[in-house]
Structures are given as C-alpha cells and as structure tokens.
Ligand binder design. Structure first.
Ligand SMILES: Cc1cc2nc3c(=O)[nH]c(=O)nc-3n(C[C@H](O)[C@H](O)[C@H](O)COP(=O)(O)O)c2cc1C
Length: 165
C-alpha cells in the first residue's frame, strides 16, 4: 500500500460548509477506490494523508493535484509498502484545527494552528505526528473505532464527525 501526505493552500478561502462538502465528495470517491485518509485545515492550509493500493492512491492524488481550488502543493511524506492503514476509520474526514482545545490538550500551551502554516509542517515527523494526533482526537470525539483487521476500512463521515468549534 501507498501513503502520501501533502500540504496545500486554498487559492480562495472556503467556508466550513464548503470544506465539509469537499470532504464528503472526497470521502465518496475514496470509498469507491478503497482509499482512506484524514485531513486537517486551518486558515486555508490543508495537511492531508491518503493511503490505499498504489494505483488507486496515485490516481486519487493526480486528481487532487490538478484541482485549481488549491496550490502550493508540497509532498511532505510518502511511503510505499505500507503494511497497514494508519487512517482507516474514514475514507476521508476533516478536522478544523482552529480549535484551541485541541492544541492545548494535545501539545500544551504555546502551540496554535500557526504550526500548520510554518515550515515545521513540512517536517515529515511533525506532520505525521500532528495528523496522527488529530485523527486519534477525532476518533475519540466522534466515538468511532478504527476498523478491526479484515473489516472494510473507510466510512463516510457524518457531519458531526467533521470537527469544528
Ligand atoms: C485540499 C483538497 C483535498 C482533496 N482530497 C481529495 C481526496 O482525498 N479524494 C478525492 O477524490 N478528491 C479530493 N479532492 C478533490 C479533488 O481535487 C477533485 O476535485 C475531485 O476528486 C473530483 O471528483 P469529482 O469528479 O467526483 O467531483 C481534494 C481537493 C482539495 C482542494
């Protein structure tokens, strides 16, 4: 399996609702392709992980990178030969990181969503750590368990799963 993690920036700001719609459309496409993933957003900047069979992830990623709604695309990390899914709960879900409670609970004081805009978000360890912690937080908040081995991964999120203040 292939995992790709990228950061990109919206060319024009979108509302929470528009981002939720984008996430749902992505989740539906990903579900058909057996792709799972997770993204965080703050101030129009996205950090997103997608994972699944190599061909499907490549196809999905090439569609994403041609989308003119965002640019400044940087691949932060990619791993081929992934042994298991790291973000298997949803085919795609989004968490809005303009949530001080998240930063304080997970990282402590002094951290904010500015981290996503800084060059730190391009460090693979930081980006993967941030996505993993946001994913865990979202699973807990939404009371969603990552699927057990053998079960079909990647639910479509409900509106209440796309966490925002
Ligand atoms: C930040 C961002 C993340 C996206 N993530 C996905 C994704 O994970 N899967 C996907 O199919 N489309 C994703 N899209 C949308 C695609 O770029 C593209 O618009 C969509 O796949 C086209 O599908 P459609 O023909 O069904 O509308 C994303 C777009 C943006 C701006």
């Amino acid at each position: 399996m292939l995992q790709i993690v990228f950061r990109s920036q919206l060319t024009k700001l979108l509302s929470y609702t528009d981002i939720q719609k984008l996430c749902l459309a992505s989740a539906r496409n990903n579900r058909k392709a057996g792709v799972t993933g997770f993204m965080v957003e703050c101030g129009g900047v996205f950090l997103e992980a997608i994972e699944g069979e190599t061909r499907e992830v490549d196809e999905t990623f090439s569609r994403i990178r041609h989308d003119t709604r965002h640019d400044q695309m940087e691949i932060v990390y990619s791993e081929n030969g992934l042994d298991r899914r790291r973000f298997g709960a949803w085919s795609m879900n989004v968490m809005f990181l303009d949530d001080d409670v998240f930063w304080q609970t997970v990282f402590g004081t002094g951290f904010s969503c500015d981290e996503l805009l800084s060059s730190r978000a391009l460090e693979p360890a930081f980006a993967l750590g941030l996505l993993a912690m946001a994913y865990q937080y979202a699973c807990t908040q939404a009371k969603v368990e990552p699927p057990p081995a053998g079960a079909r991964p990647g639910r479509i999120p409900r509106i209440g799963h796309m966490l925002r203040r």
